[in-house]
Structures are given as structure tokens and as C-alpha cells.
Ligand binder design. Structure first.
Ligand SMILES: [Mn+2]
Length: 355
């Protein structure tokens, strides 16, 4: 029931490289999320159970809301342990890069790649990967790197040996990148993959609670404040914009991840087809956009905010004042009205009640 969507030659090469290695470093992008940590830790569990010495070495500290994952305490953040991280990189004979497509996504950790003579594999689902590994396993169609990891393990015949710990990590990446199978679920057999993971005894309720539902009181109030004070709807353009200034963030003791989901909430408004969330950072404005149907927020982010991403989920950055960034977005909305109308017409045809 789970289809084999993988290139046979890649699976073969992966098998060969895994057979030959003994010391493996698994790594991911800076500011890791559930998919980055789930895929690296999940693979580490599997490789360790095969008798390899696998370690997860990441650029910076993973977020606290992933601390429930088995193996979390053994992760080595290079920002905290630079020498130990460098030594593990040097000693490795295989380096597996998960959930990123360009080396600069490793930030301060990228230079460590020059220290190692290990063979290198990319396992990722972002579009337009750079060529910086010996084996590039890149499937932009996949919901998550964890979906890809599961398919690879299944193709290698390792499903039976997958421990509950490994399954829990892999399931977490699928759940966080798809917001519990509500977005990005292109392959229908992803549901069968979930069944296969649940059969291992994966604690789905715990994963949902820890990754998608838990918030601090400050974070909850920050979100409420944002929606009450800083949300504006532009009916004529079927758009919603919400923003937070540095002062707003300081008032509610903002921590990374606190505004996760805010842009999706703005998109829940009836009649709205695209939403933007702008957050004032130390020296720039971070922009995050979401859309329904065919409206391409990646185009908008590329043209207005030097960014990009997927059609329905994209991001960018603005160097300057936050109110200027908001103005830039709003002033440019008419330019995208034609695309907005096309998207709206198609959604109506599909039965969406847009008003
Ligand atoms: Mn991902």
C-alpha cells in the first residue's frame, strides 16, 4: 500500500554507503524544527541499532518543545560545544545532511564541512538543491524529510528493525511539517505511512501536545494581542496582514517559536486567500506568507521581500522599518489582484464559500 517513489539507483547507492560507514554524523539546518531533528535523530536511532556509531551534530540548540524526543539530550549543538562538534565531524566517515538544500543554511557550522573527509549524503525535500554532497536524495514532492526517511528505510528493508524511538522521531517530523496532515500532503499513501508508524506504538497524542499545542502564557497573550491589535484585513484584495514590532515582542518576552501558526490563523478568515505575518527582528523584518489554492505567495515574497518558497507557504526579509515593510506589501497588493481573482474563481468552482 505504500508506494515506492524512490529512484532505485539512489537506494542502491545509499545502501552501499551505509554498509561501508562506521562513524556517522547526521546534521540539519540552523534553528532546527521538528522535521530537522526528527529526521536526524530518527536515522541516528536506526544506524545505532545497526551497530554504527551515529551522532546528531547541529548548528545551534534545538527548541525545548522537542525535548520529549528520545535521544534529544545526546544532540551536539556546535554553538555550545564547538570543539566537540568539530572533532565528531573530523572523525566521521559518513556525513548525512537532512532537511536543507544549501550549505549556508548551516550558518556557523558550514565551515566545519572543510574539516571532514567523510562521504556526504543529502536527504531533503526543499526545491532547488545545491550540489554539495556525493549522493543527493532530494524529493521536493515529499511533505517532509521524515516522510522521505521513512520511504528510504522501507526501501532498504529496515521497517521491521525500526525501533519505537526511531518511529517516534520520524512521526514527529511528518506531523510538524504537515501540521498534523492538514497541509502539504501530496502523496495519499502518507496516511499509510502514519498507520505504519502508529503500529510501532508511536505516542501521537504526546507528539501533538508537545509540538503543536503547548504554548507559554506569554506566547498565548502575544498571539491574542497580535490578532486584536495588529491584524488588518484588506477585503478588496482578499488579504490579511498581521505584524509585531520589536516593542510588542519584548512586552510579551518573545521566544523563538512563539508566533508559530499566527500567519495560518490570519488565513482562517472567511474570504481571505493570502495572509502575511511580519515580525521585526534585530536588524531586519522577517516575512512569512500563506495562501489558498493557486495564489503564489512565493512569487510575492520573491518580488517584494527577496525571498521564496512554495506556492502556498513562503517567506522573505525586508531591510528597514517594519511599518515600511507593511506599506510595501499593502501598496503592491493591486499588482497581484489578477492572480488573486484567478485563485478565487478556481476555489469557488471547487466549492469554497469565499463571500
Ligand atoms: Mn522539512
Amino acid at each position: 500500500m505504500i508506494e515506492n517513489l524512490l529512484k532505485e539507483s539512489q537506494v542502491k547507492e545509499l545502501r552501499r554507503m551505509l554498509e561501508q560507514c562506521s562513524r556517522v554524523v547526521l546534521t540539519c539546518h540552523v534553528r532546527p524544527d521538528g522535521d530537522a531533528i526528527g529526521s536526524t535523530l530518527g536515522l541516528a536511532h536506526v544506524l545505532n541499532s545497526l551497530g554504527k556509531q551515529a551522532r546528531v551534530v547541529v548548528p545551534d540548540q534545538p527548541p525545548k518543545n522537542l525535548a520529549f524526543l528520545p535521544g534529544y539530550d545526546d544532540i551536539v549543538p556546535v554553538s555550545k560545544y564547538p570543539e566537540y562538534g568539530a572533532r565528531l565531524m573530523k572523525e566521521a566517515d559518513l556525513l548525512i545532511a537532512c532537511d536543507f538544500n544549501v550549505l549556508k543554511r548551516q550558518d556557523e557550522m558550514a565551515p566545519l564541512w572543510e574539516l571532514t573527509s567523510a562521504r556526504k549524503i543529502m536527504i531533503d525535500h526543499h526545491e532547488g538543491p545545491d550540489n554539495f554532497t556525493d549522493l543527493q536524495i532530494s524529493y521536493p514532492d515529499m511533505s517532509s524529510t521524515c516522510e522521505l526517511v521513512f520511504r528510504l528505510l522501507a526501501a532498504l528493508g529496515l521497517y521491521e528493525t525500526m525501533s519505537l524511538e526511531a518511529a517516534t522521531c520520524i512521526c514527529t517530523g511528518i506531523i510538524t511539517d504537515t501540521r498534523n496532515l492538514t497541509v502539504n500532503t501530496k502523496h495519499l499513501d502518507l496516511y499509510y505511512i502514519m498507520v505504519a508508524l502508529l503500529k510501532k506504538g508511536v505516542p501521537k497524542r504526546l507528539i501533538l501536545k508537545e509540538t503543536l499545542e503547548i504554548k507559554s502564557a506569554d506566547a498565548m497573550r502575544l498571539n491574542a494581542y497580535a490578532l486584536y491589535e495588529r491584524l488588518k484585513v484588506y477585503r478588496d484584495h482578499r488579504a490579511a496582514v498581521v505584524y509585531l514590532t520589536k516593542e510588542d515582542l519584548a512586552k510579551f518576552k518573545y521566544e523563538r517559536g512563539d508566533t508559530e501558526g499566527l500567519v495560518n490563523q490570519a488565513l482562517e478568515l472567511r474570504g481571505v486567500i493570502y495572509a502575511a505575518f511580519l515580525r521585526e527582528d534585530a536588524n531586519s523584518v522577517k516575512v512569512s506568507m500563506r495562501s489558498l489554492g493557486s495564489f503564489p505567495v512565493n512569487k510575492m515574497c520573491a518580488e517584494l521581500f527577496d525571498g521564496g518558497g512554495h506556492k502556498q507557504a513562503a517567506g522573505g526579509e525586508y531591510k528597514g522599518d517594519i511599518m515600511d515593510a507593511v506599506k510595501r506589501l499593502v501598496d503592491n497588493m493591486p499588482r497581484y489582484d489578477e492572480l488573486m481573482k484567478q485563485a478565487a474563481d478556481r476555489l469557488k468552482e471547487e466549492g469554497y464559500m469565499l463571500n
